[in-house]
Design a protein around this ligand. Structure first.
Ligand code: BDP
Length: 718
């Protein structure tokens, strides 16, 4: 009987322990669970008992709270606050005279003494976390906490960092009605209806998550903008959000609909040269700054996909941007003007249009205008070559726009580590300033001498309990922040760090999680758009394969426009014999792509129309290479699923199941992409899929017949 009771007791405790482990992912990478290694824990406990906070200000206070909160989770003892340096194990303050006795690593790199920089240094048994300003302190604190979460030694800690880009921004494509364009994680977290009074706890958690990875700006409204945001009551709602973000060092931006003076101001025109229009923007901006003194500025999508813009009045993008820039200048705000434009009338290759339009305007923008350029020339496709504007547009600060949400990379379900894509783009050489003029260097302003620098990421956050819907999509948010802080960051490091912060230190878990992230991007490109294919997804919602899409309101929204499959071959000729989009790149870069024989395979069909039986560098015909890559992509996903299954019992059940179910969907959808695309292209190639390979489950008619009317993230007007 006694034994039985003991057993029951044990079972109860085991169940409790398992339950405690269950994790819904809400805490992101800021888990602060107790340090698992007992020796390391003991060492930390002995060295991190007391803290002196030597500073003040709203953001400094946040840093204070975060450090205490973090330490109180990681350690078993309660960390004490003390008032003097002598009593303290940790000293938090500002870099400067007072600490000249430190060897300061920052001296080795003067760049690290700029705004928002921090040092973390161990000296005579104490740890110093110092910032050049309040934000620097906050970033230093988060970095230090991460250092502890990663269980790294603190004795001789010597870290010095400064962000390479000034504006590190998340762009929400969130509508005022609560829907999110291209959002796959539920609805918008902004509850506009209940603002300004109701402050959801999530707003605060959102701000701290962003601050923890160095994000310092957010545009909370969709680029397909609604002028209602400028109505007084909405400005008050926006101001309430800005109040939440401010203590975390985050500036609020809003998207500006170009026709607002008409819609809201009841003017007859929105012409940038009209004095009344200019006055309207000036007054509106002044009103905004009254409510939000540190307002960041406007993000604008104009004359693009039906959005109003200056061209309606015969004015240029520069004239449009300058109108808003003049209104913002007295307050120090900036205009972020998107280069994602392509005109309906122009018959030329869509890939060329933004370059043609914006190069002509270089030098015409006001000093407080930044041009925001998507990573590639088409539209966030699974893989694109770099946008030719990087490095070419020199007199205007050019900022990067990445998608963090996975509109074209498996949406809510596929595990795809975007960090590899970011790294590939950022490390591409533009050659615009000689060899080694990578996109990363163009962005950080060092080649162009730009004062304004930045990166924007289209957010993947929604009301899902774990923020991103798919747990692994948290890794993309994390990676984006890291890349914006330092565009030379290495994906491998990011993956490992995220794996440890999210799943703990068990070696096999860390290994598997990092490797899933690492293999997944290439796999996804292979099962969706291998060898440089692009824009062949389902119409409107962009979910699933749709290479057959040929009837849309405009040709450059169809798939056939991009893949150009015919009986001869496949691919878009962008060389001199075709659209000659290649000429927009620096000749050294163009030279890499211009010859069909030497063009790297990942971009072959982006730049060339290749005969089906043409022998590629791999020894395969184009057709066989295509078949192999589609099969390989799908096969990698099956391996990824198996690897994850091997973690059963090592990851809490809730997250284990969550990831597994998504991998099952991904495996199914990877095969769907493979089969649908190959059957479609086979009509043109008239060549075979090897008979002993798994054959498509259905015929092409079946795949073409599938519809998804309620696919998430659809643009309202579609
Ligand atoms: C496209 C999206 C569309 C966006 C557009 C943009 O499909 O929803 O509005 O980009 O960036 O990829 O403006």
């Amino acid at each position: 009987m006694k034994n039985f009771k003991l057993h029951l007791f044990l079972v109860f405790f085991i169940c409790l322990a398992l339950r405690l482990q269950a994790d819904d992912g809400y805490r992101l990478w800021l888990r602060y669970d107790q340090i698992s290694d007992p020796e390391i824990l003991e060492n930390y406990q002995a060295n991190l008992r007391t803290i002196a906070f030597l500073g003040e200000g709203e953001i400094f206070k946040t840093a204070e709270n975060e450090l205490l909160k973090g330490l109180n989770g990681l350690l078993t003892q309660k960390t004490q606050t003390v008032s003097t340096q002598t009593e303290a194990d940790i000293i938090v303050g500002s870099i400067g005279e007072d600490f000249s006795f430190l060897s300061t690593v920052a001296d080795e790199n003067p760049d690290n003494k700029k705004e928002e920089a921090f040092i973390i240094e161990g000296f005579e048994g104490k740890t110093y976390i110092l910032g050049t300003d309040e934000r620097g302190v906050l970033y230093g604190v988060f970095h230090f906490l991460r250092h502890l979460q990663l269980q790294k030694p603190i004795e001789d800690i010597r870290i010095s960092q400064a962000p390479k880009l000034k504006l590190r921004m998340l762009n929400h494509w969130d509508n005022l009605d609560g829907t999110v364009e291209r959002g796959y994680a539920g609805f918008s977290i902004w509850n506009w209806h209940q603002l300004p009074e109701f402050i959801d706890k999530r707003y605060i958690e959102y701000a701290r998550a962003n601050a923890s990875i160095g994000i310092n700006a957010t545009a909370v409204t969709n680029v397909n903008a609604n002028s209602l945001i400028f109505r007084e009551d909405y400005l008050e709602k926006a101001a309430a959000l800005a109040d939440v973000f401010r203590p975390y060092g985050i500036k609020l931006f809003l998207t500006a609909r170009f026709s607002s003076p008409i819609e809201l101001g009841k003017l007859a025109t929105a012409d940038p040269m009209d004095p009344k229009v200019q006055q309207w923007w000036k007054e509106k901006t002044a009103e905004l700054y009254e409510k939000i003194p540190d307002f960041g500025g406007f993000l604008v999508k104009a004359n693009s996909e039906g959005q109003p813009g200056p061209q309606e009045y015969g004015r240029t993008h520069a004239e449009g941007a300058n109108l808003l820039a003049d209104a913002l200048a007295p307050f120090g705000g900036v205009v972020i003007w998107r280069a994602f434009v392509y005109s309906e009338e122009e018959p030329v290759d869509r890939a060329k249009q933004a370059y043609d339009e914006f190069m002509a305007l270089d030098g015409q923008f006001r000093e407080n205008v930044m041009v925001q350029v998507k990573n590639g020339p088409i539209d966030f496709q699974p893989r694109e070559p770099i946008h030719p504007l990087f490095g070419a547009m020199r007199k205007t600060p050019v900022m990067m726009e990445f998608q963090v949400t996975k509109e074209y990379l498996g949406q809510g379900t596929h595990l795809v580590g975007l960090s590899n894509m970011y790294e590939e783009i950022l490390q591409t050489d533009t050659y615009q300033f000689g060899e080694n003029s990578t996109v990363a260097k163009v962005l950080d302003g060092s080649l162009t001498n730009q004062k304004l620098t930045g990166m924007a990421g289209v957010s993947n956050i929604g009301t899902s309990r774990n923020w991103t819907g798919n747990l692994f999509a948290q890794a993309d948010w994390f990676a984006y922040g890291k890349m914006a802080w330092n565009p030379n960051s290495k994906s491998d490091d990011i993956f490992e760090e995220w794996a440890k912060l999210t799943f703990g230190h068990e070696e096999q878990v860390v290994q598997t999680v990092s490797s899933l992230l690492d293999r997944s991007y290439e796999a996804c490109v292979k099962y969706m758009t291998p060898i440089g294919l692009h824009h062949i997804m389902g119409p409107g919602h962009h979910f699933g394969p749709g290479p057959w899409v040929s009837e849309m309101s405009r040709a450059d929204w169809t798939s056939v426009y991009y893949h150009k499959a015919d009986s001869e071959g496949l691919g878009f000729d962008r060389t001199v014999t075709g659209s000659n989009a290649l000429e927009q790149y620096h000749p050294m870069l163009a030279a890499k792509y211009e010859n069909m024989e030497t063009c790297p395979l990942p971009f072959l069909l982006w730049f060339h129309h290749v005969p089906w039986d043409h022998e590629l560098s791999t020894g395969n015909s184009l057709w066989m290479q295509l078949v192999r890559e589609y099969y390989e992509g799908a096969e990698i996903v099956s391996h990824m699923k198996e690897d994850w299954e091997n973690l059963q019992g090592m990851v809490d059940e809730e997250r284990f199941e969550h990831v597994l179910m998504h991998l099952e969907i991904q495996e199914k959808e990877a095969k769907w992409w493979r089969d649908a695309c190959l059957l479609y292209f086979q009509q043109f190639s008239k060549m075979e899929i090897p008979a002993d390979w798994e054959q498509p489950e259905h015929d092409l008619d079946y795949y073409e017949s599938l519809t998804f009317p309620y696919s998430p993230g659809i643009r309202p007007r579609w």
